[in-house]
Design a protein. Structure first.
Length: 173
């Protein structure tokens, strides 16, 4: 397993529609291992194959133990159902150091295949729903920045905004 270079906004790999995976072979397993290593190294919640320059419908997600017991490996994922709404700050390893406010469904039901090409269903709420929808959009060449309302912020700017909000809330009490 190895770290792969993460492509950044502006790279043509991030705007392509990725191809379905027909069979899982040694290269696919290597890729999935590398996606996980690269995601954890970069402290991301998810990573899709096109972000490392591979135009295949594969993504990995780890939204933390509150949401899942083990990393999710999504091969040929498809959104079956969404509902609700959530608005929150979202980032992407291909847009390093930036976050933006994105409104998305608060629930998503997704069908995907695992490394044995067994079909499974995953349902996610809140952060996991956000991650599922974000990663699947990568496979169709879309990025969250297309959906952002307001400016992209640096993490420092976001921290200041959240601090100001907290102070305001405390004043109301
Ligand atoms: Ni992303």
């Amino acid at each position: 397993m190895a770290l792969r270079q993460i492509r950044e906004l502006g790279d043509s790999c991030l705007t392509k529609v990725c191809k379905n995976v027909k069979e899982v072979n040694a290269r696919t397993r290597d890729l999935v291992g590398d996606l996980l290593d690269t995601m954890y190294d970069a402290e991301g919640v998810g990573l899709a194959a096109p972000q490392v320059g591979i135009l295949k419908r594969i993504a990995v997600i780890d939204a933390g133990e509150e949401y899942q017991d083990e990393p999710l490996i999504l091969i040929n994922p498809e959104v079956l159902e969404t509902s609700g709404e959530q608005t929150d700050y979202e980032g992407c390893l291909s847009v390093p150091g930036k976050v933006g406010r994105v409104t998305r469904p608060s629930y998503a039901k997704v069908k995907a295949y695992d490394l044995d090409m067994n079909e499974y269903i995953v349902e996610g709420e809140d952060l996991l729903a956000r991650a599922l929808l974000h990663e699947i959009e990568h496979l169709d060449g879309h990025m969250y920045v297309e959906k952002v309302s307001g400016p992209l912020l640096t993490n420092e700017e976001l921290a200041e905004i959240l601090k100001a909000q907290e102070e305001e809330e405390n004043q109301d009490k």
